[in-house]
Design a protein around this ligand. Structure first.
Ligand SMILES: [Ca+2]
Length: 206
């Protein structure tokens, strides 16, 4: 069963102590606090996301093609949900409209603007393939994660990526050394201002 959560960026003083590697990467923890409402634990589905329609066999990502826009995802900018996010008919050649379009309106920390999937279950000892289509109005960095929420952070994938101006598929594989039903896929795109399109996200057993 997918669980759902809402995360928010909250100013935090003093900076949170962390050994999760974000500070080591020079990403300020000052703005980083994840507030979790595990509605799934209460048996509540996302209020507007149709989980049945969004579920695809063999793909752990809920609504991976953004058929429901961002309803099955958590998208935020500067702590404001859905700010700068909309659907677009600009899609990869093999894809179907819509894609998800994100416009970051100011450069900042990577996590200033983030796109986060609903929870996925991952198992220790299994290998997983991760991929998505993306393009940007100008070549730009993003950061791609598969990690666990929230008090015990575990990262399966932690990758700096450069997105080009043409639709391309970005792919990764990892061997899971951890079991969790609170894993999520995330793209952080707050590093530079500009627009990014994303579609056809997949996390699947290898
Ligand atoms: Ca699509």
């Amino acid at each position: 069963m997918f669980r759902w959560f809402v995360a928010a960026l909250v100013p935090l003083e003093p900076p949170m102590a962390s050994d999760d590697g974000l500070t080591a990467k020079g990403i300020s923890m000052r703005w980083f606090s994840v507030v979790v409402l595990a509605w799934g634990a209460l048996g509540c589905a996302p209020q507007e996301c149709d989980e049945q329609q969004g579920t695809e066999a063999g793909n752990l990502v809920l609504d991976p093609h953004f058929d429901q826009g961002a309803l099955c995802w958590y998208a935020s900018q500067a702590g404001e949900e859905n700010r700068g996010f909309s659907t677009s008919d600009d899609v990869p050649a093999t894809g179907d409209a819509p894609s998800l379009m994100a416009t970051n309106d100011a450069a900042g920390d990577a996590l200033r603007t983030q796109l986060i999937s609903a929870y996925m279950p991952l198992e220790d000892g299994k290998s997983y393939d991760v991929s998505f289509y993306a393009r940007a109005e100008a070549e730009r960095p993003v950061h791609v994660y598969v990690q666990q929420c929230c008090e015990t952070t575990h990262k399966w994938l932690d990758h700096d990526e450069t997105i080009g101006i043409s639709w391309s598929r970005y792919s990764y594989t990892f061997d899971s050394d951890w079991t969790s039903d609170q894993a999520y896929f995330e793209i952080q795109m707050g590093q530079v201002a500009g627009t990014l399109w994303v579609d056809d996200v997949e996390v699947a057993e290898h």
